[in-house]
Design a protein. Sequence first.
Length: 456
Amino acid sequence: KAGRLTAALAVPIVRQGRVSGALGVEFALDRLQRNIADTVMREHAVVLLLDNSGRVLVAPEARYYASDVPWMNVPIVQHALRGEQGTDEYVNPIDQRTWLGAFAPVRRAGWAVLVSYPSDEVFAPVHSATLMAGLSLGTVLLIALGVAYWMALRFTRPLQRVKDTALAIAAGDYAERVPQAQLPHDEVGQLAIAFNQMAEALQQHMRRLMDAQAEIEQKARDLQGLLDRSVRVQEDERRRIAQDIHDGVTQMLVGSIYEMQAAKQALGNGAGANHASVQKLNEALALASDSVSEIRRVIFDLHPTILDELGLVAALQRLVMRNDSDTLHCTLHVEGAPARLPAAHELAFYRIAQEALNNARRHAMAKNARVQLRFQRDATLLVVNDDGRGIETPARQDASAGQAQPAAEHLGLKGMRERAQSVGGQCEVVSGPGTGTRISVTIPKSDERRMIHDGN
């Protein structure tokens, strides 16, 4: 800007394997030109700084900046750009005179430094005194090499510190800073201060992002824990209700059946037994027996003790048998080597199969339902298929009845997904009007269970 020649450095910022930004710095080269003029310039000496394309970046006179000067054809410039250093004579493309030059590379930047004197002035003392000429030449060469080395260090070392810090930040070390105590009090030093301020702001921003991420992860863990506790509370309540029914209502009904049987026998043995009374007792006995059977079915649905005692396969066999009827034909297919799963996994599979068969019988009007349980090395898969009317969205109206499909069915599907998620699994429902329903549940095995599976 403002016609000033500048140099720039940029590095990418990489986070988790992706480029999320870049850090860049630039500084004016005229400051370096003034430093050279103040410290190393002597009469008739020329100090040049060239980039890898032969363009002059720093020079004592404006004529050296001309774009048509072929510096890339000068041999010592070629040597310096190839990383070599030394001294040699060359023909200056500016005045076509022979000059003696010392050259050195600026390796980090790929540039070259050239310090030159007119050869006729350098070797003039040789014509009068060989010894004096040798001393003068040695002094000139030492000064030239020293200047070239000093310039390379002064120019590249501060920028290298900034570059190393930028690379460290790009790699994720947001606490890295440029050591300001080792920087010069010039534009490069000011650049390092600005860079450190930017790095500090970036570090604070990343800290806030990580805190927010940790908070989100903690809330997700809390929600998962709440879901697990709700499932456990629900099962505990089912178990308590089943036990209360078994110990209370069931026992009373069984006692009533015994009493009615005794009354029937008494009526039958008595003289002139009333046939109508015996008939009523028989009907009451049948009703009480049906009530006991229904209550026992409810108790089994609330808490299937066979699941705890014999495992998932036996419990699913019992469930399929109880749902198999004239209106719904149910089958069970087991693939792989059956094995006991964690209690929470078995309970989740059982409840989801129970809800799926209940939907097939009550809502889908299915005629056939197929339950498939597959034991795999890394996971256990449960699939329930039916040939019912399929699942519609709650807002969709039934074409024949003009009524919305029962919301309870969709609540059941939501409960299936929540049960699968509570044990780290996934539940997928594929259905459509008139195409039946396919419910797939996959629960990964723990490392311990996988080792047992491999051992078997």
